[in-house]
Design a protein around this ligand. Structure first.
Ligand code: C2E
Ligand code: CA
Ligand code: CA
Length: 623
């Protein structure tokens, strides 16, 4: 009978402590959540609270909480209010050392561990003496993981006597671990939010705000050292918008990430690479000379010049870089950034693939640029454009085989503006699409007129800009113009540049479509682009035009001659016609001829001239 009563008594006692435990745990949870919401407490303060509260629930034992440092791949003790300070430090030393040692601290088993008797446990053999010195006899621990099983930390208990956990102890440990997990994850999320406020989510680079803060600090700390300054680079990727539009934003995003990775490789630890907006990056370089900035800018060019492979697309990008220097160009972050941006615009004007240091005269040029843009918007309607034509000469017969159409713009306010000035602006504003269509139409109709009137001009070459090239309706537009002008498609040559083929796959499709219509394709300014020769085989092209810069000193520089003759040889091997551009002297012509160059163009034969002048020239020649 007695035993039955005692049984019921003990049962009642168990139920009541279970109830008490549960209530106590719920109370701790409430308290901790309130602390989280209040946002006034540090992670350590909250973990200390959890330890103290759970020590009360367990009744005996000392609780401790470890955090896991993912980067270092180690645990460290973060909260154990009741552990002696010496012992606390000792454990942290052991933890930071023992990850790679044979004798690992038992936490590195990364599983639930119960050591009822430290003295007898082999896994404690290394640290047992110290534990015993402090009177610790038993130790239990449980790892804490997030929902994806990533290690966050561990919870452990020390006892001053040999002790094995019963069912109740294990349940309380589980509850403690759950609560700790919640707290750690909360702080991780907070950290992430703070990180995101100062960083760019896509690339993980510091954002504009952070960049400016860091630059401002550096300006304030700057100490004059002979020849040293701070450099600010501002740059974007040429044609990035186009990549985004044609290949989609997700590929654009991946490209930006890849670019960010390469940029980090180019800079030193103290330099800051940041993403400002879209494809605008900025780099701040601490204590450098102008010469060193130049080296870094060149390095960026080289590093980015290698093609990127993104989801099977081989993509080429080139940056344009503008650079400002402290203290020469400004004394605060905003001014330095603005001037680097002005220099960037200048770099773009100079053609892609270049960098520029800020010069004050460009600020005036920026205004001029706006003026050009305004006038350009109205130019087509006001019929301010004209085409000039430059003869292309067949070198074996000396005859004019065709002409290249070159755009001319005369504006009553601004005067004559060369294409190198306004075409980049037309490109950026998108105006090039309608202007380019006008060029194509005018050129084709003119050729038809010449052919109908007995002028011996068999082909016309038209320059296509990158924006036009990637217009989805390009093929349709050309097809329509060919039909309405009635010229044979084989008498039209489309000139594109190497840099336009940065998306090899897409370019191949467009070129094949053009070829399918019977139009000829010419690679203009050959030798100045990224010089990936592999694509030459892939693309259905007919002509290579050796860039003027190689012809210029062909009779003076062996290097230039070598480049030109290599291009000639390569063209011959691939069955392409090679046209030399910018031939001005008979010496240049001599070298080209002796290397079997097919055709040439340049002031030696004729400058680009108006239609009337061309008609006169052709008429005279055939007389
Ligand atoms: P490009 O296609 O390389 O055209 C050749 C440029 O070299 C022309 O300059 C021409 O006048 C110049 N040139 C020809 N022979 C000689 C020579 O012997 N010596 C020297 N120093 N220069 C020579 P231009 O007309 O100023 O055109 C500059 C660039 O503007 C062209 O370079 C082309 O990229 C662009 N462009 C011209 N017209 C159009 C157009 O209708 N559409 C597009 N998208 N771009 C055009
Ligand atoms: Ca051209
Ligand atoms: Ca050219």
């Amino acid at each position: 009978m007695k035993s039955t009563i005692e049984f019921y008594k003990s049962l009642y006692a168990k139920v009541s402590t279970e109830k008490n435990n549960l209530e106590a745990i719920v109370n701790v949870q409430k308290k901790v959540i309130a602390m989280l919401i209040e946002k006034k407490f540090s992670l350590k303060e909250i973990l200390d609270t959890i330890n103290i509260q759970f020590e009360l629930i367990f009744g005996e034992g000392i609780c401790s909480i470890y955090l896991f440092d993912k980067e270092k791949d180690t645990f460290f003790l973060h909260s154990a209010p009741k552990l002696p300070v010496d012992y606390y430090d000792y454990i942290n030393d052991i933890l930071s050392d023992s990850r790679n040692e044979d004798e690992k601290h038992p936490l590195y088993l990364e599983q639930r561990v119960v050591v009822s008797n430290i003295e007898a446990a082999p896994m404690w053999s290394d640290c047992k003496d110290k534990a015993l010195q402090y009177g610790f006899k038993a130790w239990w621990s449980k790892p804490i993981r997030d929902h994806e099983q990533n290690l966050l930390g561990a919870f452990s208990m020390y006892y001053h006597y040999h002790n094995t956990p019963d069912e109740r102890d294990l349940q309380i440990i589980d509850q403690a671990a759950n609560l700790i997990r919640l707290v750690i994850q909360h702080f991780q999320a907070e950290e992430r939010i703070i990180f995101l406020k100062s960083h760019d989510e896509l690339t993980g680079l510091p954002n504009r705000k952070r960049f400016k803060e860091k630059l401002t600090i550096a300006i304030n700390l700057f100490k004059k050292t002979h020849g040293k300054m701070l450099g600010v680079m501002y740059f974007d990727l040429n044609q990035f918008k186009l990549i985004n539009d044609t290949l989609g934003h997700s590929i654009g995003d991946l490209l930006l990430k890849a670019v960010a990775e390469r940029l980090k490789e180019c800079t030193r630890e103290n330099d800051i690479v940041s993403r400002q907006v879209a494809d605008n990056f900025s780099i701040f370089i601490d204590h450098v000379s102008k010469h060193e900035v130049t080296i870094i800018a060149n390095r960026i060019h080289n590093v980015l010049a290698k093609s990127f492979t993104i989801e099977g697309h081989e993509i080429f990008v080139t940056p344009s870089i503008g650079i400002s220097l402290f203290p020469a160009d400004g004394n605060n972050a905003d001014e330095l950034l603005r001037k680097a941006d002005v220099a960037l615009n200048q770099a773009k004007k100079e053609g892609s693939n270049t960098f520029q240091f800020y010069e004050s005269k460009w600020d005036e040029k920026t205004n001029e640029r706006l003026l050009i843009e305004n006038e350009l918007r109205k130019a087509l309607d006001k019929q301010e454009f004209k085409l000039h034509y430059q003869p292309i000469i067949d070198l074996s017969s000396g005859r004019i085989t065709g002409v290249e159409a070159l755009l001319r713009w005369y504006n009553p306010k601004l005067g004559f503006i060369p294409p190198d000035r306004f075409i980049p602006i037309a490109e950026e504003t998108g105006l090039i699409v309608s202007i380019g269509e006008w060029v194509l139409r005018t050129a084709c109709h003119k050729l038809r007129y010449w052919q109908d009137n007995g002028y011996l001009i068999s082909t016309i070459s038209v320059n296509i800009s990158i924006r036009q090239f990637y217009q989805p309706n390009l093929i349709m537009v050309i097809d329509q113009i060919l039909k309405e002008s009635g010229i044979n498609p084989s008498s039209l040559t489309i000139e594109i540049t190497e840099s336009m083929t940065m998306d090899v796959e897409k370019a191949t499709t467009i070129l094949k479509n053009l070829k399918g219509m019977g139009v000829n394709i010419s690679i203009d300014d050959f030798g100045t682009g990224y010089s990936s020769l592999s694509y030459l085989k892939k693309f259905p092209i007919d002509y290579l035009k050796i860039d003027r810069s190689f012809i210029k000193d062909i009779d003076k520089s062996k290097d230039d001659e070598n480049i030109a003759t290599t291009i000639l040889l390569m063209g011959q091997n691939l069955g392409l016609n090679v046209i030399a551009e910018g031939v001005e002297t008979s010496e240049q012509l001599g070298i080209l001829k002796s290397n079997n160059c097919n055709e040439a163009q340049g002031y030696l034969f004729s400058k680009p001239i108006s239609d009337d002048e061309l008609e006169e020239l052709v008429a005279n020649l055939s007389r």
